[in-house]
Design a protein around this ligand. Structure first.
Ligand SMILES: [Zn+2]
Length: 116
């Protein structure tokens, strides 16, 4: 998942930069103007730039999404393992239900509770 995102960003950035530099080069050399009406060459280069930008953008979005997901999971785990007075409560490692001290089997899901 993360590897795919990094590959997308890398390929997207490399592609976008190379297409962008060739567009800038063509404008500087007066080969193409990149103003309407567009020629086939100009249109295809702009579409390529757009696709590469979307590739890099979706890679960034994937990374942001996975970081946010990880943070939410961490927060949820914290809430589940702390009681209202801030001390760690005994919770089932499988379903997260609160269990009283000395319990060896979770009353909700039946998971064996290991003593530390
Ligand atoms: Zn359980």
């Amino acid at each position: 998942m993360m590897i795919v995102a990094y590959i997308l960003i890398t390929l997207g950035l490399i592609g976008a930069i190379s297409v962008w530099s060739s567009i800038v080069n063509e404008i500087n050399c007066y080969t193409y103007t990149y103003t309407p009406p567009y020629t086939d060459h100009e249109t295809s280069l702009m579409i390529a730039l757009f696709i590469f930008a979307i590739m890099a953008g979706s890679g960034v979005a994937m990374i942001i999404f996975s970081i946010m997901k990880k943070r939410n999971e961490d927060k949820l785990n914290k809430v589940l393992s702390y009681s209202s007075n801030g001390t760690i409560k005994n919770v089932c490692p499988n379903c997260g239900v609160n269990i009283s001290e000395g319990t060896t089997i979770c009353p909700k899901c039946g998971t064996q509770i290991e003593k530390e």
